[in-house]
Design a binder for this molecule. Structure first.
Ligand code: ZN
Ligand code: FE
Length: 257
């Protein structure tokens, strides 16, 4: 059984650490800083870092790669379409890769960056989606268009409801405040906001999320909901033409929220 823990990094990043206690091998996702991973390894003698999974090229996701690879010899997996330091395996849509005895499917999710990929493990219901889908939110559009991001998020949202969403940042509380502004009458958003507020007061992590919860409370997965469309129509003074337009308005609103 693989155990998954979050190693906090910087102010609000998480480096996901997958551990196989039988083989004492582990893998990390998006190590923006090598230090938390090296600290864990030194506290766990006998464990070997076998794989480093990268979702996209931003420094807070790749900053620790070279140091970790040179100290552990781990294999570096990353998107084919981006410059990833020390990458051994270049991955794109439909590729499959074996990590700690589990097969992951690669899903290309352009939007936050153009080459961004997600790692999906269907049997265990794990989704490592970097800065694409956040708990109750989504990544900013640094390189892609709203249309690209909307397609990417729709593809992730179509995965099974029990899928566990392992994203990279602890943005859930501020995302939920925005979600509530979009849908003031959504009871699940209100409940989730109350719960995550409580968790964060004690420093508890709000992740992983599930796709079921995201579909109910994440405005960026809800642009075909009449309540969300009505809210956007009211703000924009015109009826949006498509769910993709609704998404674009939501993203622009959140950027200034
Ligand atoms: Zn990023
Ligand atoms: Fe990031």
């Amino acid at each position: 059984m693989i155990k998954i823990d979050a190693l906090p990094a910087f102010t609000d990043n998480y480096i996901w650490l997958l551990q196989d206690p039988e083989t004492r091998r582990c893998a990390v996702v998006d190590p923006g800083d090598a230090a938390p991973v090296l600290a864990w390894l030194s506290e766990h003698p006998g464990w070997q870092l076998s794989d480093i999974l990268i979702t996209h090229h931003h420094p807070d996701h790749v900053g620790g790669v070279e140091r970790l690879k040179s100290t552990s010899g781990a294999r570096v997996l990353g998107p084919a379409a981006e410059r990833i330091p020390a990458r051994d395996l270049a991955l794109g849509e439909g590729d499959r890769v074996e990590v700690l005895g589990h097969s992951f499917a690669i899903i290309e999710v352009p939007g936050h960056t153009l080459g961004h990929i997600a790692y999906y493990q269907a049997e265990q219901h794990w989704l490592f989606c970097g800065d694409t889908l956040f708990a109750a939110g989504c990544g900013r559009l640094f390189e892609g268009t709203p249309e690209q991001m909307h397609v990417s998020l729709s593809r992730l949202a179509a995965l099974p409801a029990e899928t566990q969403v392992y994203c990279t940042h602890e943005y859930t509380l501020s995302n939920l405040r925005f979600a509530q502004a979009v849908e003031p009458d959504n009871r699940q958003i209100a409940q989730r906001l109350a719960q995550v507020s409580e968790w964060r007061q004690t420093g508890r992590i709000s992740l992983p999320s599930t796709l079921q919860l995201e579909r109910a409370t994440n405005p960026f997965l809800r642009s075909d909901e009449p309540s969300v469309q009505a809210r956007i129509a009211e703000r924009e003074g015109a009826k949006p033409r498509s769910p993709s337009d609704v998404f674009a308005s939501l993203r622009a609103w959140k950027d200034r929220f």
